[in-house]
Design a protein around this ligand. Structure first.
Ligand code: ATP
Ligand code: MG
Length: 431
């Protein structure tokens, strides 16, 4: 019996064994509404999910999935539809990636389980979070942090290339996200502008870990060709196998080129010509790109993976020198059992806040214990992760990188970009 249903069965309406007169019906309705008033939000929700006609209908037609009220479609990919949804208890907005299992072959199912496992490993302000996983016989639902500001590809296609200063802010976040992935032995393998989402004017989240893989060591050899051809490193076309980190780094170089110029470094009408272009490594950077940025692009887009700029070298490069990276705080436990197992005295501020909020919603430590071991496939984990993330954000856990001092770009557009940045309050430029 699903959690909460037991209490509902005890308190809620029972099957009618005999018929009631009007006054008896009335009294019963009053009794039920009185009872409802005393239910916790969790009990009310689970009761509605079992007995309320409207809720049941919504569950049937897909307007509700688990504890989420599903709204319109906000995106789609080769394997999925992504819909906006609200958590019925916390009211937070989330994105639900819905995959039709019947359309996925064995390879795609393996990739899906890697996507989940990679996301479970990561907790970073610039990587989309996974809150919960739900499964029915036909579908998989990944409940994700909502990034409602559109994707980087659309932004550049509609508004043109990014100013040098804005480019730094965005690239610094991508760099921080990929560094976190590689430090946790996760290789993204599909880094591209379409998979960089905005949550605000300048805050980005790297999304879509559908082609990602977890390695034991960063030097492990991989042999699956995946990703988007314009972002593919030469070794993917040239060799039978490759190392993961340099492939992500190459894609970062293509992305940096695209952000700073609004065009792609390697373009061709056919895949074969594109492959030739990438293998030749021939591209030219417009002269108006600042010299330090040009040097970084050249340092990354090297045909030999062993010569490619490493992430730590990028962090110290001249172009990113004025950027003060935001150092994320230590990750918090993503499993609600942390609240049960920890000594109450040793709970962090965020955890205490979440524990209190869970109790208000009617989620007790017993509920958590009874559902342990289910990981992300548990509605309580979903609530817990949403609340923990909210508590982290309210304590400034997702601050943007800051540009300190005058941006030292010799090229003419940089000063203009810097001036325009000073007047946006969305991110901070300290002179
Ligand atoms: P593909 O492999 O073709 O890139 P996919 O099936 O793996 O696609 P995603 O890239 O994860 O799917 O998502 C498809 C689209 O849905 C994204 O391009 C984006 O527009 C939207 N989307 C995905 N995740 C989110 C999110 N967390 N918040 C808001 N929108 C999202
Ligand atoms: Mg995608």
């Amino acid at each position: 019996m699903p959690m909460g249903e037991k209490q509902v069965a005890q308190n809620g309406p029972r099957h009618r064994l005999w018929s009631l007169s009007d006054s008896e019906e009335c009294a019963k309705d009053e009794e039920e509404s009185g009872l409802k008033k005393h239910l916790t939000p969790l009990e009310r929700l689970t009761m509605n999910m079992c007995h309320d006609e409207k809720t049941l209908k919504e569950l049937l037609v897909g307007r509700r999935v688990g504890f989420y009220q599903v709204r319109g479609q906000i995106g789609s990919g080769s394997f999925s539809k992504v819909k906006l949804a609200f958590h019925a208890l916390t009211k937070d907005k989330v994105a639900i990636k819905i995959l039709d299992k019947l359309r996925l072959d064995a390879q795609s199912l393996r990739m899906l389980s890697r996507e989940i496992s990679s996301m479970e490993t990561l907790q970073h302000p610039n990587v989309v979070r996974l809150y919960e996983v739900m499964e029915t016989p036909c579908r998989m639902y990944l409940v994700l942090e909502y990034a409602g500001g559109g994707d980087l590809y659309t932004r550049i296609s509609t508004q043109g290339r990014l100013t040098d200063a804005f480019c730094k802010i965005v690239f610094a976040q991508i760099l921080s996200a990929i560094k976190h992935m590689h430090e946790n032995n996760v290789i993204h393998r599909d880094l591209k502008a379409e998979n960089v989402l905005f949550t605000g004017e300048a805050c980005i989240k790297v999304a879509d870990l559908g082609f990602s893989t977890r390695v034991k060591n960063r030097s492990d050899i991989l042999d699956t060709f995946c990703g988007s051809p314009p972002y593919a490193a030469p070794e993917l076309f040239r060799d039978d196998n490759y190392m993961g980190p340099p492939v992500d780094i190459w894609a970062m170089g293509v992305l940096l080129f695209f952000m700073s110029t609004g065009t792609m470094p390697f373009r061709a009408e056919t895949l074969n010509k594109l492959r030739r272009c990438i293998l030749d490594g021939s591209y030219s950077i417009p002269t108006w790109v600042s010299a330090p940025c040009q040097r970084l692009i050249r340092g990354i887009l090297r045909r030999d993976p062993s010569e490619r700029c490493a992430l730590d070298q990028m962090l110290g490069c001249e172009w990113l020198l004025p950027v003060e990276m935001f150092r994320p705080r230590a990750p918090l436990q993503m499993n609600p059992m942390a609240l049960v197992e920890a000594d109450p005295e040793s709970l962090l501020e965020e955890e205490e806040e979440v524990k209190a909020r869970l109790e208000e919603l009617g989620i007790t430590m017993d509920h958590i214990t009874n559902n342990q071991g289910k990981g992300s496939r548990c509605a309580i984990t979903g609530v817990y992760r949403i609340l923990i993330h909210r508590a982290q954000k309210s304590r400034g856990a997702e601050r943007l990188p800051v540009i300190r001092g005058v941006v030292k770009d010799p090229k003419r557009d940089s000063l203009r970009a810097y001036r325009s940045l000073r007047h946006t309050s969305k991110f901070c430029v300290i002179a």
